[in-house]
Design a protein around this ligand. Sequence first.
Ligand SMILES: [Zn+2]
Ligand SMILES: [Zn+2]
Length: 431
Amino acid sequence: MLGFAGAAQAQPSSSLEEQAYSRAAAVEQKLIEWRRDIHQHPELGDQETRTAGLVADHLRKLGLEVRTGIAHTGVVGILEGGKPGPTVALRADMDALPVKESEGLAFASKARSTYRGKEVDVMHACGHDAHTAMLMATAEVLAGMRENLPGKVMFIFQPSEEGSSLVMPGQNKLWGAQLMLEEGLFKTLKPDAIFAVHVMPGRSGELSWRAGATTASSDDLNITVTGKQGHGGMPWNTIDPVVTAAQVISGLQTVVSRKTNLTQSPAVVTVGMIQGGSAPNIVPQQVEMAGTIRTYDENVRAQVGRDIKLSAQKIAESAGAKADVSVVPAYGTTINDEKLVAQMAPVLGRAASGKVAPAALVGASEDFSFFARQVPGLYFFLGVTPNGQDPATVAPNHNPSFFVDESALVTGTRALSGMTVQFLQSREKKS
Ligand SMILES: [Zn+2]
Ligand SMILES: [Zn+2]
């Protein structure tokens, strides 16, 4: 069930939706200029002050009620339509990544900043510059038709989707969406639906989505194996945590391959870091490992966590060593609301002029999941690979050469505006 069928059906759009599309066309040039400006001045998570300033100025000029400084640098604008009705929230993320941009673009980033205590180069390598610009454009589109809008629109420009650049290793992490909610974002005005778009390799201007689980949950895995230190030439007098760690890593492979019901939901267990030892002829006392766990289902997520702990502990025990295992939850799975997907599929089809495709499960995680856990959400993708290039081989998100075909961006604004108008009208309070 991909919630995809409706997209192909040609349903008539409302005159408001048509109006949104022509307004989107009129704002396209500005959208591209904003995107270039933000791209050239990327800011890391929780440092997005310049970007937030641009956004807040823009929203104020449009006559929105604007709040700033939410979750450090977040900005929220409320657009009051001329008629009563529900509230739609639209979300863009503003943060960049500690990546050094490849040369080539006239507006390539030369920015440097501090990421978790280290000096780094900064780049919008995940396309959040495009997200911010598309949502600024959407605000302009919808503000221009406010008298006719039955309800409210909440524009959420969030910081730190990729994680805060200000925390130090080992410190607690709160993602931008999570912190905004903790600060009460939905307490005074709870939206009835929330939408967000993410750019990724794909045919330029193509929209893709799926119903239900979309992006993975993400849990941090830490394992410390403790043995008994001693001489490398006399291992019988030691308990070797290096050999034990190797067994633990091999053993963990069976958690997914032998214990997880993969017909129910996929899962990934990756050990990405291993550290231990100080000299070739010393069996060390400890080996530390860290990794990540990805799933698409809360039951599978809990089970995988339990199985990892049990396997690691018992394998270590069999060697006379000890494994301390922690599984720290980071993001949940982004779940697209099935009813909302069914309702919005035709709009997405029209917004993309029929250029649509079903989305595959995404192995990355999204802090949009925090919003979508509180209100029905729809998170969809916009292809930004230039014509003539193969989306399967171009530089992916987070790569120094990640490239956004700007001609695709107006489609994102069409989709966000069209869905908002459609949702508001469907729940319009007729008096
Ligand atoms: Zn990213
Ligand atoms: Zn991203």
